[in-house]
Structures are given as C-alpha cells and as structure tokens.
Design a binder for this molecule. Structure first.
Ligand SMILES: Nc1ncnc2c1ncn2[C@@H]1O[C@H](COP(=O)(O)OP(=O)(O)OP(=O)(O)O)[C@@H](O)[C@H]1O
Length: 291
C-alpha cells in the first residue's frame, strides 16, 4: 500500500490554495491523476519524488517511510526508488541512446538491464544515435527506458505522451503498459486524455483546487457519473475516436469543446460536422443526431 498524506500551501490559479491530500493506493496499480490545470497534479508527483517538500505530511510506501514531517524524516530523491518521465524528454544531448541509458544505471545494479530495455523498447536500431537526431516518439521511448534502468518501484509520468501525435501515442501507451506489468511497477500518470486514461488506468484520482474530489475506476469516473440535474444542449461533432471498448465524441457546444463517452450504437450514424444534442438520460449523458 502507498499512503500519502500531504499538505502544502500553493499559489493557485485563483489565489492561495492548500494542496491537502489523503490518498491510499495499492502497490502494482496504474493510477492516473486527472483534473484541471493548476489543481496540484504535478506538485503531488514532485512531493512524491522528493524534488519538492510538503509543509506537513507523511508518505509510506509499503513498510518504508519516505516522509514524516513530525519525525523530521525526508528521504532524498535518489533513495526513493522512483523513475520520473516528463513531457519534455530531458535526455543528455551529447550522449548516444545507449550512453544515456548506461549513465543512468546505478553502479551496483544488474548490468543486463540496459540491454533488456533496449530490446523491450525496440531501441536497437537507434542505440548509437544522439537524441537530437530522433523523433519525439523515439526520444520519449528512450526517456522511459532511462527511467526504468534505475529499476524503480514507482514510475511517475507527467503527461509523457501529450506532445506526440495520436498514432505514436497509442504505440507508446502499449510500451508503457508492457513495462508497467513486466516490472511490477506502481505507476502514477498525469493525463488529460480520456481515451488514454481508459486504456491505461486501474484507478483515477480527480484533483480540483488541491483536493481529491472523486476517485474510482475509469468507467466509474467518466461513464457512470451521477449528474445531479438534467441538461440538454446542441452542438457540432468535431471528432470521433474509438477507444478499446467505447467511443469518445468531441462536440463543440457554443465555444466549449466537450468530450462525451459513447457506445458503438450511439455513434453508428454520426459523422464529423453533424449537429447533435447532448443530453442526460437516467444520469448518463447520451448523444443523438438532430439533422
Ligand atoms: N513551489 C510552489 N510554491 C507555490 N505555488 C506553487 C509552487 N509550485 C507550483 N505552484 C502553484 O500551484 C498550483 C498547482 O500547480 P501544479 O503544477 O501542481 O498544477 P497541475 O495540476 O499539474 O496543472 P497543469 O495541468 O497545468 O500542469 C499552480 O497554480 C502553481 O502555480
């Protein structure tokens, strides 16, 4: 179990904001932090990694205490067995792919891991190249491999795929799931992409203004939302994207872009540019064509 209880005063988007979390998650899961900009998602990952300090709090990972402000315990980032991947790849530009991985490898750890990750992440053909000769997707594969060379228990992913186009993103999601499972990691992902969250996550934690406002499985969070009142509005279909089990329909309503989860039967006759009504039905939004 990972037990996170942290408090930190932040300068929120609309003034002072208290990041105040009390979160328990089982080891081995892929947990997504979801929520509006400025909610405190990145700060949470930074405090977990030890790159930023909480004012008060406690972080327990299985039996080990990473942080306990009342006991003045605060493990250094390098002692926390964490791998971190950001949106920008932050690779060493003067080193080849293999050298980037070798450099990250702890001296006392298994030397076979670099070769293993080169194979898993399919980096053989680019292992002697420098990062600036690689595409974004290739660089992000290297960044992921480099984080895993350290054989972390916990992988922190701060919107690692958001700069990539959809096709590459889907491929990278497969790599992510593969390594998450193979190495028995506990992974914290920040993502705004509902399709990605559905594909990858076991558990979703929704943060707003520094607090957890909801948590549950992706379906509980995005499909079975209990909407309090009925609503109905007209819009235009901008995009339809198939996820493994559902469709995500992007609809323009006035100046708002809204994403709706829909079943196959609901999108069968829908096309880009169609006028639609988005309405609540028995607490779940449904979508249907009006012209
Ligand atoms: N060291 C700090 N001290 C005070 N305020 C901070 C500090 N670091 C970040 N903040 C503020 O805390 C708020 C939350 O930032 P954070 O980066 O955690 O949000 P986020 O949910 O990751 O947002 P986004 O989705 O835009 O990346 C922001 O308003 C930010 O300006």
């Amino acid at each position: 179990m990972i037990n996170i209880q942290i408090q930190k005063q932040l300068d929120g988007p609309e003034g002072p904001m208290l990041l105040d979390l009390n979160l328990q998650v089982p080891m081995g899961q892929l947990i997504t932090l979801y929520g509006p900009s400025g909610a405190g998602k990145t700060t949470t990952l930074k405090i977990l990694s030890g790159l930023m300090q909480a004012e008060t709090g406690k972080i327990m990972v299985a039996d080990s205490t990473w942080l306990d402000t009342s006991e003045k315990i605060c493990l250094k980032p390098q002692d926390r067995e964490i791998g971190y991947v950001f949106q920008d790849y932050a690779l060493f530009p003067n080193m080849s792919v293999r050298q980037n991985l070798k450099f990250a490898q702890p001296k006392d750890k298994d030397s076979g891991i670099v070769q293993e990750l080169i194979q898993i992440m399919e980096l053989e053909n680019i292992q002697d190249r420098k990062p600036d000769t690689l595409s974004g997707g290739q660089q992000q594969r290297v960044a992921l491999a480099r984080a895993l060379v350290q054989q972390p228990k916990i992988l922190l992913l701060d919107e690692p795929l958001s700069a990539l186009d959809l096709k590459i993103r889907l491929k990278l999601q497969d790599y992510l799931l593969q390594v998450h499972r193979k190495y028995g990691l506990t992974t914290f992902l920040i993502s705004h992409d509902i399709g990605e969250i559905h594909r990858l996550s076991d558990w979703v934690v929704v943060l707003e203004e520094g607090s957890v406002v909801r948590q549950g499985s992706p379906s509980e969070i995005f499909i079975n939302q209990n909407l309090s009142g009925k609503f109905k509005f007209k819009g235009e279909v901008l995009h339809i994207e198939k996820n493994e089990v559902v469709y995500i329909v992007t609809v323009l309503v006035h100046n708002e872009v809204v994403k709706i989860i829909a079943q196959e039967s609901e999108v069968k006759n829908l096309g880009i540019g169609d006028a639609v009504i988005v309405a609540s039905k028995a607490f779940n939004p449904i979508i249907y064509k009006v012209s």
